[in-house]
Design a protein around this ligand. Structure first.
Ligand code: NCD
Ligand code: ZN
Length: 449
């Protein structure tokens, strides 16, 4: 047998780099990208994979994912959620803390990490919620999280978001620990006030839902939190920006010197509230789907760089929960398996440059959330990669999802661009929809604040 020099050679590929696409191969050694090769057959390797002319991109980094594990595992768990990620070309996800129990203590964070280590097939990092006692922030931060997430509209949060002093204490504590605060921009009091006014009128549940989460509330919350962010020198990341009004608030905050980054979801870019008429509670999500004008404004902000990241907000629920009445059904739907094909379709249609897509889904989230050696195909970087067929046309079939949530507002959409293989540190974890590695193969990522 020949002695091996590298662990993997991927040949016959088109490799994405910011200097242009390289036709040829790539070698992986000890989990890292070793080099790019014009003639890969000259290198000795344990394993060779023929990419058959497909395009190799850095694996996607999705910083807004609800893996749900621990007591909500009937909706999703670390295994099914990360299988969904691998199928969607996502090699790193950051898990949200709104689970049961909430990830707002050292104990729960450690419990989640232990559970994740047994089940995940891609890389997983964590966010935490703020604990009631901000003195514990430092300990939680030391455990290696990627940020603190706040849901000011959630009555089960441990912090009282009516109390500005408490908010300031939280943002200060995050800033001291060099961590961003992720904001779901809404307010409980505003929702309650609007809801009670709307319920007095003869309106449908859908109208009450839309009317109690208007763009104005979102924009107001963005302004309030970014002002507090300036005051505390805290980096804020605004989650799922959904409206043109919010973009105005973001631009204003940036011009005032706020350390602000923000994300948009494929559903807020592609769908409108009209979808609720067709799909009912299946299309119920927070923030709500809005208008065509909002879609247009969000696309413009993606293209001109105001929006930094495209994230899925993968928010799985059981089908029986989504089949409840509109008012009772939970908001959210899965998104890990549809994000890349939907966006590659935009690339195929000439509406989005490939460089821009890679930046929004890999390079930029790697920088924002300090995922070292990830987010680009460069020598020495982690060989977390996704191989895509840019030409394949197919139809989204949620019944085939790896997620436990086998539904999607994008059901039956025709898309162009298919994820063929996903690699974590040079190992193929998914090939044509099949998971090739055992539970626990993925890595829990610890931060270094
Ligand atoms: C999310 C969920 O279900 O956890 N739901 C949603 O509609 N987006 C929560 C969230 O991200 O706000
Ligand atoms: Zn949210």
């Amino acid at each position: 047998m020949r002695s091996s020099t590298v662990d993997l050679v991927l040949k016959n590929s088109k490799i994405f780099t910011y200097q242009g696409i390289i036709s040829g191969g790539l070698a992986v050694k000890e989990g890292k990208i070793y080099n790019f090769l014009k003639e890969p057959e000259l290198l000795r390797s344990d394993k060779t994979i023929d990419a058959k002319g497909c395009l190799l991109l850095p694996g996607l980094i999705d910083p807004h994912v609800h893996l749900r594990d621990l007591q909500l595992s009937y909706k999703e768990d670390f295994y099914t959620g990360t299988c969904a990620a691998a199928t969607g070309g996502v090699t790193t996800v950051i898990d949200m803390p709104n689970t049961i129990p909430r990830t707002s203590s050292l104990k729960t964070l450690r419990e989640k990490k232990r559970e994740a280590e047994k089940k995940i097939v891609v890389n997983v990092a964590f966010y935490a919620g703020f604990p009631k006692n901000t003195n514990e922030v430092k300990q939680i931060a030391k455990e290696g999280i990627k940020g603190f997430k706040i849901y000011p509209h959630d009555p089960t949060e441990e912090v009282d978001f009516k109390d500005e002093e408490q908010i300031v204490a939280c943002l200060k504590a995050a800033a001291e620990n060099n961590l961003p605060v992720l904001v779901h921009p809404d307010e409980l009091e505003t929702i309650k006030t609007l809801q009670s006014e709307l319920e007095k009128q003869k309106l449908s549940d859908v109208e009450v839902f839309l009317g109690s989460h208007p763009s104005t509330s979102e924009a107001k919350a963005i302004t309030k939190y970014s002002d507090l962010g300036v005051k505390t020198e805290c980096h804020l990341h605004i989650c799922h920006v959904s409206s043109s009004e919010s973009l105005v608030a973001i631009k204003r905050a940036l011009s005032r010197g706020a350390r602000l980054t923000c994300e948009v979801t494929p559903h807020h870019l592609l769908l409108t509230s009209e979808e609720i008429k067709k799909q009912g509670a299946l299309a119920k999500v927070l923030p709500p789907l809005r208008s065509r004008d909002d879609n247009v404004a969000l696309w413009a902000a993606v293209l001109d760089g105001v929006i930094n990241v495209i994230a899925s907000d993968h928010a799985p629920h059981s089908l029986s929960e989504k089949e409840k009445t509109f008012a009772e059904a939970p908001s959210g739907f899965p998104g890990l398996e549809t994000l890349l094909p939907l966006m590659l379709t935009k690339v195929a249609q000439g509406d989005l440059r490939l460089e821009k897509l890679v930046d929004l889904t890999s390079s930029s989230p790697a920088k924002i959330f300090k995922l070292e050696n990830k987010g680009m195909l460069l020598e020495g970087y982690d060989a977390d990669m996704v191989l895509v067929d840019l030409k394949e046309k197919w139809r989204i079939s949620p019944e085939k999802f790896h997620s436990k949530s086998k539904f999607s507002p994008f059901k039956n959409w025709n898309v162009i661009g298919k994820v063929r293989m996903t690699f974590i540190k040079g190992i193929c974890v998914m090939s044509d929809g099949e998971i090739l590695v055992p539970r626990g193969f993925g890595n829990v990522i610890n931060g270094n604040p």
